[in-house]
Design a protein around this ligand. Sequence first.
Ligand SMILES: C[S@@+](CC[C@H](N)C(=O)[O-])C[C@H]1O[C@@H](n2cnc3c(N)ncnc32)[C@H](O)[C@@H]1O
Length: 279
Amino acid sequence: MSDPCPEGGEVIVGDAAEVLPRLAAGTFRCCVTSPPYWGLRDYGHPEQIGAEEDVEQYLKRLTAVFREVRRVLRSDGTLWINLGDSYTSGNRRWRDSDKKNPARAMSYRPPTPRGLKPKDLIGIPWRLALALQADGWYLRSDIIWHKPNCQPESVKDRPTRAHEYLFLLSKAEGYLYRHDAIREMTNGRGRLRNRRTVWSINTEAFHGAHFATFPPGLVELCVLAGSDSGDTVLDPFFGSGTVGQVCLGLRRKFVGIELKEEYVRLAEQRLWRKRVAAH
Ligand SMILES: C[S@@+](CC[C@H](N)C(=O)[O-])C[C@H]1O[C@@H](n2cnc3c(N)ncnc32)[C@H](O)[C@@H]1O
């Protein structure tokens, strides 16, 4: 089912693994997305990705989705993936309720992956990056999304986590990367230089029914570097539609895929408001 959205945008309700094979090859200039993290949020849908018992199964499903993404990208296209990490649970199979979002966190913890120990950091972003590289993607850069306003953690045996990874991958050796569109200021000298691999961007709460949203500032850098005005950008895990919102502001077209109809309605409201504001 495809829903009409503002000019240049389309949101498709469905499982990314089923919807992507129906899209034409070579359609998109870039894909910017944040897949569901493993074992963290319960999106309450039988086809949801992220609720697998086994981390290998989760990685396999994501790799298959991104194989289809590669097919629908133009030959000079790029993929920008943001993904969070998590720790093993040891033998604990339940999770304390999320005080802010009691209905949304997974109520269980997936079992400790084979070969890991209680309290191990799983390294999920890198596991996915290496799986994608093995599947044929060119892994071009890891970028640290530094969150100056990160959540405090009550830990005393490791530093508080204040970053997530963002990976830049390409379909071919040569690809579109507009380095001049995302240059950054040098410290104090007032000159511009090639952007570095650490991006400091605050997380932003989106006041809707969704959660785990991208900050628009992070998406903007990916869209500016990975596409030109008039290009079409894909997000197969559209959520509340941050990628669509940024694309409208930057005169790109977009296609979003989202499993949950409720989030699609939310995204449409957000994008529609944006369109009205722009006129
Ligand atoms: C981390 S959230 C994305 C948030 C989004 N970047 C934003 O700014 O709102 C991941 C999204 O993937 C969706 N999802 C989970 N499994 C899916 C699947 N198989 N196909 C498509 N979407 C899926 C979830 O419903 C959730 O909205």
